[in-house]
Design a protein around this ligand. Structure first.
Ligand code: ASP
Length: 441
């Protein structure tokens, strides 16, 4: 029998109707043996996630304020789910204990983690699976850092005795028993850790979208879905802001070579996106896998005659930005030029000082600063071997009258990054998408 680890996000478990969809999905494949739930998420757009309600309770308690009203909303949501599913389950004792602990000053991590904990108990009951408290197997060290190897060992040891189990996402425990959570959205990480521990054939990540799209649907109407993407391509697109799953969550399964399948709980027959290792052949639409953009960069272009002959120029330039606590995104260079692409959030109030130091220490002929820049990454494994990709890309941008200020093609050749004005970003993404997908060049 194969093993599938299936993680379900908050919107997949937000109410009775969603729980029923999840049950049908899990029971439709006997290989779905380990299930990782998030806490109930939003049922409609201005609803509040249980996790957020729990953080609010903690904050009220911290300020010695009453939080009964919020806690009652939480209790009511779980009650509705249990009753709607017709389960013979009483969470009253658990809820009372949690409330008392919050009143007595329990940590924010403990408080927030109870959303997943309670949802896990409900889901296990609904499925007839064993419930395993994540605190027993997801381990952090005494400083709160995730203990990857200790956890892997604990997962292997514990799960070998359980044919089928529900393990709540998002939290684990420190050696003294204190509950510790991952960062927000961290149930993705729990799922990946469990998938690695049980050496799953596949890690399914069930959410409310049918995987990754070739472009942001807020920019391009009905973009095509990406059927298969490599970890590296995903990393490039995720860096640009295309987010469907928690970025760190990829590492445990990537290391183990386990494919991740992003699926839609509300449309389970949609193919979704499979994230695979580099070795697998991947075909992309029109030679690219996706295009994504991110605003808010500043490009500093430094020019100096005979720069390429000047020993240590690059090192001195980088040590200036390092000593100012700034990290850079890209550094395209020419014979007599080096440009630094830096996120505005990094530069915050430091630009003048950095420019002064560059002028004093490096004596360049000129330093130009272009602010309000956006970066567009056109990503695709197929690009490396396909002639004409760059021509198509720049023709598309040229036709839209978009001025390209910077070009950087990573040596891996899986992406071409262009720097343009912030205000051109949406037009540029659309132009590139249509050029490749519709062949409109
Ligand atoms: N419930 C947690 C959050 O809202 C973790 C998760 O959903 O993955 O961030």
């Amino acid at each position: 029998m194969g093993v599938i680890v299936a993680k379900f996000g908050g919107t997949s478990l937000s109410c009775v109707e969603q729980f029923c969809k999840v049950r049908d999905i899990i029971l439709s494949d006997a290989n779905r043996r380990y299930v990782i739930p998030s806490a109930p998420g939003k049922r409609y757009s201005n609803d509040t996630k249980i996790t957020d309600l729990l953080y609010m309770c903690h904050e009220r308690a911290r300020q010695s304020l009453a939080f009964d009203d919020i806690f009652n909303v939480i209790a009511q949501r779980y009650k509705e789910i249990i009753e709607g599913l017709d389960l013979n389950l009483d969470l009253e004792p658990e809820l009372n204990e949690i409330k008392t602990k919050i009143q007595e000053g329990a940590s924010a991590d403990y408080t927030a983690s109870r959303g997943e904990y309670l949802n896990g108990i409900i889901l296990a009951e609904l499925l007839g699976y064993d419930f395993i408290d994540a605190a027993d197997i997801i381990l952090f060290d005494s400083k709160g850092a995730f203990d990857s190897e200790g956890t892997n060992e604990a997962v292997i040891q514990r799960l070998q005795h359980h044919e089928r189990a529900v393990i709540p996402g998002f939290y684990g425990s420190m050696p003294d028993g204190q509950i510790k959570t991952f960062s927000r959205g961290g149930s993705d990480i729990t799922g990946a850790i469990v998938a690695r521990g049980v050496n799953a054939d596949i890690y399914e990540n069930w959410t409310d979208v049918s995987g990754f799209m070739m472009a942001d649907p807020k920019i391009v109407d009905n973009p095509k879905p990406i059927r298969k993407i490599t970890y590296r391509e995903l990393r490039e697109l995720a860096y640009m802001g295309a987010s469907v799953l928690h970025a760190d969550s990829i590492f445990p399964v990537k290391k183990a070579g386990i494919p991740v399948h992003i699926k839609n709980t509300n449309a389970p027959s949609d193919p979704g996106t499979i994230i695979v290792n580099e070795a697998e052949p991947v075909c992309c639409t029109g030679g690219i896998t996706g295009v994504a953009g991110r605003k808010g960069f500043t490009v500093t272009a430094i020019e100096k005659t005979f720069l390429h002959d000047e020993l240590g120029f690059g090192r001195r330039l980088l040590s200036i930005i390092e000593s100012n606590g700034i990290s850079f995104e890209h550094m395209p260079s020419g014979i007599d030029t080096i440009s630094l692409v830096i996120a505005d959030s990094q530069l915050d109030g430091k630009l003048e000082k950095v420019l002064k130091e560059i002028k004093e220490q490096l004596k360049p002929d000129s330093v130009e600063v272009y602010s309000n820049m956006a970066l567009i990454a056109t990503v695709g494994r197929g690009m490396a071997r396909t002639p004409g990709i760059a021509a198509k890309l720049f023709t598309a941008l040229g036709r839209e009258g978009i001025n390209v200020r910077m070009i950087d093609q990573g040596s891996s050749e899986i992406n071409i990054i262009v720097g343009i004005e912030n205000e051109d970003m949406e037009d540029a993404v659309r132009a590139i998408y249509h050029a490749f997908v519709d062949g409109d060049s």
